[in-house]
Design a protein around this ligand. Sequence first.
Ligand SMILES: [Ca+2]
Ligand SMILES: [Ca+2]
Length: 304
Amino acid sequence: MSEIRGGRVARAAVAFVVATAASAITPTAVAATYGAGCVVPERPATASSANLVPPATAARVEASRRAGAAAPVTARRAGTPIPVYVHVVSKDSTPEGGNLSDQQVFAQVAVLNQAYSPTNVQFRLASITRMTNSGVFNDATPWSNREAIMKELRRGGADALNIYTVGAPDGHDRNLLGHATFPWDYKAAPKRDGIVVHYGTLPGGNVKDRNLGKTAVRMTGHWLGLFNTFQGGCSNPGDYVDDTAPEAIGSNGCPEGRDSCPGGELDPIHNYMDTGIDTCATEFTPGQAARIKTALSAYRNINL
Ligand SMILES: [Ca+2]
Ligand SMILES: [Ca+2]
């Protein structure tokens, strides 16, 4: 499957910020401004509820989302691409140490644009920032104060997508492929807003079966207001999207014909917001596009 087509990022349009001096930024310096916020972790193996948002939390934010969606938004011109600020965090200067090439970043943005074209969301690479910091590279989890160090690099407002690429965490969470914040948490924790992905998940990366850039597509889905398709399991309201069939747990691989919630439609294993391998994830639904539209209007000042 060819996922990268029609790359829209012209090299001349990209500004580069190189070699940020990470050592000057300390956890204590940023703790006061970092804030809390709900974070969705992403792991390849999903035989547990690890990727889920607690149901009570989901219900609360849904009520908030519906209330916010009623507010008019006028600030942004329709059709304007979302600016993307990519922050490459590496442990050293080598590709194996996470120092991705510019071309891989261009390819990732092209994958985002291809995936989101049915939703009318489009992206424009604004800059690439590089930070060498092995401590952050190996420990950029939502549970570590080191994540806040790299998020000092965040640029733009609520309408700007910041993507941080890091390594696999040390220790028990080494399967973590990424994590993301939701749009409704921006106001309380603007510094934290953005998505974090394992550098090996970008196109051409070194994570087996997950190196076509779909992890960033999925994390961006959360950033745009989508839950995983298996949110809430088999019971309503699930992921709060009517045209995605319920799913007991996330899929792994690409299990054609899976029906984890008996009856009705088969599991939405090809949906980007399920957790199958990259070649399997190819779809968003009209219901998801509608949810993104209302979330962007309510929380990110973006009119699609
Ligand atoms: Ca659904
Ligand atoms: Ca079913």
